[in-house]
Write a protein that binds this ligand. Structure first.
Ligand SMILES: *[C@@H]1O[C@H](CO)[C@@H](O)[C@H](O)[C@H]1NC(C)=O
Length: 225
């Protein structure tokens, strides 16, 4: 009887030590505490913090500067599937699906249905005359598709439901939205543009989506913080 209890205890103790030493167990705990990481290859909606609009690509083209630029808006309809974007690294990067995205990373957002790229350029936006933001058709590389991640909430990597800014690399302006709404062609959808000054209106959060698990490149340390 005594021996059997001792053996049982020994098994329990070995089990506990084993669990503590295992890196998998550590990662799972850290993820539970910190939430869900946004990784390359994840499909997500970007929610604008002050209006709750989701970054949305329409089928409407801008008037000027070529037919390949489609209007991007803030859309309050949560179920709308044209608000899904895939997070991609820069072209030619060795980063892989599932890799974590540290502060300062340059990323591209590819619209899920059309494969177009979130883009900005030195054209005036239609309503506020800031800079135009579009979804750009074409598979050629374009520096106007590059956005630098700036984490607002304290963290080392991009996390779901945490505040971020996206700074357009070429123009240095921030992805921005506000209560200025289109009336005729895109009723009740809000203008998305990019602006030079940091403000509460250029804060976004990764919301609904499919978040790929952090891959082998992720160390437990980087997940933990
Ligand atoms: C992210 O980087 C930006 C720009 O370098 C910096 O201003 C900001 O404080 C950083 N965010 C965090 C959470 O460290």
């Amino acid at each position: 009887m005594h021996l059997r209890i001792c053996a049982l205890l020994a098994i329990v103790i070995v089990g506990l030590v084993g669990a503590q030493a295992s890196p998998e167990a550590k990662t799972v705990l850290a993820t539970n505490n910190e939430g869900v990481a946004v990784t390359y290859g994840s499909v997500l909606k970007l929610m604008h913090d002050t209006t709750n609009g989701r970054l949305h690509a329409s089928d409407i083209r801008y008037n000027a500067g070529g037919p390949q630029y489609f209007v991007v808006t803030g859309h309050r309809g949560v179920v709308n599937s044209d608000s899904y974007w895939v997070v991609k690294p820069v072209e030619g990067s060795s980063l892989e699906q599932g890799d974590l995205i540290p502060n300062g990373s340059v990323v591209r957002l590819q619209h899920m249905r059309t494969n177009n790229w979130l883009h900005s350029r030195s054209f005036p936006s239609p309503l506020s005359r800031n800079l135009e933001v579009s979804s750009r058709e074409g598979q050629d590389e374009d520096t106007g598709d590059l956005w630098r991640l700036e984490l607002v909430d304290e963290s080392e990597v991009w996390m779901k439901d945490r505040k971020i800014r996206l700074k357009h690399v070429v123009t240095g302006s921030f992805l921005h939205s506000h209560e200025m709404t289109y009336v005729r062609v895109l009723p009740r959808q809000m203008e998305v543009c990019s602006v030079g000054e940091e403000s509460v209106d250029n804060v976004w959060l990764a919301s609904e989506g499919v978040y790929l698990q952090a891959g082998s490149a992720a160390t437990p340390e980087s997940v933990e913080k």
